[in-house]
Ligand binder design. Structure first.
Ligand SMILES: Nc1ncnc2c1ncn2[C@@H]1O[C@H](COP(=O)(O)OP(=O)(O)OP(=O)(O)O)[C@@H](O)[C@H]1O
Length: 310
């Protein structure tokens, strides 16, 4: 990390919105991502993750509001130099060999690190002599990741980079990525639908829904702000009075037992109820199942309808 603007954070969004022809893809997005964090970007299909990443990479311009990368406009050369983006479509030259592709990376990037790039293709067992057009989708993704790591960026923006990797390679690629991030303090924003992949890897979280931010902040803070509480369900359904003082994210009823994901107000001590700490995956699943649950911004940003937690 070199820039004096790191204090501004890796990403800072305020009132950020983006429309396409069919309407708003992002709306009133505000969050703060400190430099050097591993941030999971999670949300259902169409919730705006790729749009947010493309804005951060300077490939799209906002319709409203601002997004800053290390304090700069994403399209500014100083910001572009510090950011590497692996998009879902991974545009690579099919006629180039893997070695030619890395050579091009070296010519285009002043901070190029050949060893870091080669480590990725070696780990993925992709031959340097292979033509890109002859590679499988998953192998092409590894070449795109090699270009991103070779760039020696301070922020990696990765749009579902593991979606076409087999489980073993997924594990190995995540290992290479995390080792790189730990070694150099590189920040990572990684969008994924595989929630199990996040536990113990990500220290920051952005959950999107309908083009808005629903959860933002330190993964530990977000996890600690929730409890799973299990007890007797009310006859006739509805949320039991015992839960009224808490923020209820989601309830599920099995027979005569009700399980709720809550943001507790004080220590939950209701008689006959069992209280446990949810895993991060359980918290995320709860919000994904309950699209209308109140948002929680635990990253210091505030909007009128948002509670600041943790
Ligand atoms: N180029 C485009 N032109 C028009 N609409 C678009 C375009 N790209 C995205 N959208 C729309 O914007 C919304 C957000 O899409 P986006 O791709 O950002 O979501 P996502 O969360 O990345 O989805 P997924 O998980 O399926 O990749 C969707 O309603 C989508 O249809």
């Amino acid at each position: 990390m070199t820039d004096e603007n790191d204090a501004a954070g890796a990403l800072e969004a305020s009132g950020l919105g983006k429309t396409y022809r069919r309407g708003w893809a992002l709306r009133d997005v505000a969050f703060h991502l400190p430099a050097g964090r591993i941030c999971a970007l999670v949300g259902p299909n169409g919730s705006g993750k790729s749009t947010l990443l493309s804005l951060a990479a300077g490939l799209l311009t906002p319709t409203t509001g601002t997004l800053r990368v290390f304090g700069q406009e994403p399209s500014a050369p100083a910001a572009r130099e510090r950011v590497a983006f692996v998009a879902q479509d991974k545009p690579l030259y099919p006629r180039f060999s893997v070695a030619d592709t890395l050579r091009l990376g070296r010519e285009l990037n002043p901070r190029w690190d050949q060893k870091a790039a080669e480590r990725v293709v070696e780990e993925a067992e992709v031959p340097l002599s292979a033509r890109v057009g002859s590679l499988s989708g998953g192998q092409r993704t590894c070449v795109a990741l090699a270009l991103a790591l070779g760039k020696r960026a301070d922020l990696l923006l990765l749009d579902e980079p593991m979606s076409d990797q087999d489980p073993l390679r997924r594990h190995r690629m995540m290992g290479v990525l995390m080792a790189e991030a730990a070694e150099r303090g590189t920040g990572v924003v990684i969008s994924t639908h595989v929630l199990a992949e996040l536990d113990g890897v990500c220290d920051y979280l952005l959950l999107m829904g309908g083009g808005r931010i629903r959860l933002a902040g330190e993964a530990d803070d977000i996890q600690a702000a929730h409890r799973v509480i299990t007890g007797p369900s009310e006859t006739g359904g509805g949320t039991p009075a015992a839960l009224a003082r808490h923020t209820v994210v989601e309830t599920r009823t099995t027979g005569r037992q009700l399980t709720a994901l809550i943001r507790p107000e004080g220590t939950p001590s209701e008689d006959g109820w069992i209280v446990t700490e949810p895993s991060l995956e359980e918290v995320l699943l709860g919000y994904l199942r309950a699209p209308d649950a109140p948002p929680l911004l635990a990253d210091g940003t505030r909007t009128p309808d948002t509670e600041v937690g943790a």
